[in-house]
Design a protein around this ligand. Structure first.
Ligand SMILES: Cc1ncc(COP(=O)(O)O)c(C=O)c1O
Length: 395
């Protein structure tokens, strides 16, 4: 075949988004040996219960492909948990698909339901994956702001983003990066719009057990009329501090689950079989662990929030998840320069918050950086020491 030098090697879709800024900051952190408060992964051990269960599963020779849509034990465990915690009746045979992390769950859900040209509503600041996920499906992302400092949406702005082309809205609660936990009345407002415009709610509930100040996690699927139009995406990465295990799951009505399972099968076949067995055991035997998890992170949130306030950042206390969005206006006008300065010169890696906005020059985005506090207390204390050098300075 004749070689055509002018023919582009890269697809239009792949050229429409960039590498994850979070992973880029992690690389710079490694290069400069800075403390990595950029990427949301814990630096402490995972609970013994899940590790021992994984070792046992390997000893029992769970070595071959699990059934493509997930080990029965894990699907049963997830179904029991949803019944117990939220009174949701989910059929483990027809409504659950286990994926390689909720990341795969989200893209499988979108590929299974969204057609090229459909619009998908995404709140911003957003978790970085949703925009590229929508683009990979050929969908048109429609962004709606969560306004700092409390990261609430404006009802009129949200309403104006729904139209006849809207196929889905992505809701991440508790929210990364803002720490917002959507309230019952906010979810009801979104649900009413979904029902009015015949729109799917695709939820990312990965931080469901990390909540502060009496906040409650409400899956939108629990709101009357929503179960049949909700795709709930979740996983064990954050709850059990095993972000590298890649176990997630998608809950959806049977017809949608059929489609999700097909997409998932051809994307990855299945998640690691022994780790699915371990996840099943951890999920069903962790009642007290779930309760302690929020307290564990509350201590870190309060400590680090006080450190940041003392140094001169302005920040809202997150109600859930494990990130703090800090206003940098008293130090710098540019989040990217400031994040690089923090990482290279101060020795603490953070994420510039413009990476959570589709318009990288958005003024709200350029005013903040994100600190992640899912770390040992000693890591946070070491970061606090380094950050003292910022006091009274400007960049
Ligand atoms: C909101 C959100 N969703 C999904 C993920 C990734 O989850 P998983 O490890 O299950 O793919 C993250 C990780 O930081 C996240 O913050």
């Amino acid at each position: 075949m004749h070689f055509q030098p002018e023919k582009l090697k890269i697809s239009t879709k792949a050229s429409r988004f960039t590498e994850s800024v979070i992973r880029e900051m992690t690389r710079i952190a490694l290069e400069y040996q800075s403390i990595n408060l950029a990427q949301g992964f814990p630096d402490f051990p995972a609970p013994d219960i899940i590790k021992e269960a994984a070792i046992e599963a390997i000893h029992k020779d769970y070595n071959q492909y699990a059934i493509t849509w997930g080990a029965k034990s894990l699907r049963n465990a997830v179904s029991q948990k949803l019944k117990k915690n939220y009174c949701l009746d989910i059929d483990p045979e027809k409504e659950i698909t286990v994926c390689c992390g909720s990341t795969e769950g989200m893209i499988s859900a979108l590929l299974a339901t969204v057609n090229p040209g459909d619009e998908v509503i995404i709140f911003e600041p957003f978790y970085e994956n949703y925009g590229p996920d929508a683009i990979l499906c050929g969908a048109v992302p429609r962004y709606v702001k969560l306004h700092p400092p409390f990261f609430n949406f404006d009802e009129n702005e949200l309403q104006a983003s729904f139209n006849d082309k809207t196929k889905a809205i992505i809701i991440n609660t508790p929210n990364n990066p803002s720490g917002k936990v959507f309230t019952k009345s906010e979810l009801q407002f979104i649900a009413d719009l979904c029902m009015k415009y015949d729109v799917l709610a695709i939820t990312d509930e990965i931080y469901e057990h990390i909540l502060y100040d009496g906040m409650e996690h409400i899956p939108i699927a629990c709101i009357d009329g929503m179960k049949d139009r909700t795709i709930l995406v979740n996983g064990i990465s954050k709850t059990f501090s095993v972000t590298g295990w890649r176990i997630g799951y998608v809950i959806a009505p049977p017809d949608i689950t059929d489609a999700v399972r097909k997409v998932h099968d051809f994307l990855t076949v299945g998640a690691a079989a022994p780790l699915q067995e371990a996840a099943a055991i951890a999920i069903t035997s962790s009642e007290s662990y779930y309760k302690e998890l929020s307290g564990f992170y509350l201590k870190r949130r309060d400590y680090f929030w006080n450190v940041l306030q003392d140094i001169g950042f302005t920040c809202n206390k997150p109600s859930g998840a494990y990130y703090i969005m800090a206003d940098i206006s008293s130090f710098s006008q540019d989040d990217v320069d400031f994040a690089k300065y923090l990482t290279k010169d101060i020795g603490v890696a953070v994420v510039p918050s413009s990476s959570f906005y589709h318009d990288k020059n958005n003024l709200e985005g350029k005013r903040m950086v994100r600190f992640c506090f899912c770390k040992k207390m000693e890591t946070l204390e070491a970061a606090a020491d380094r950050l003292q050098r910022l006091k009274g300075s400007s960049v």
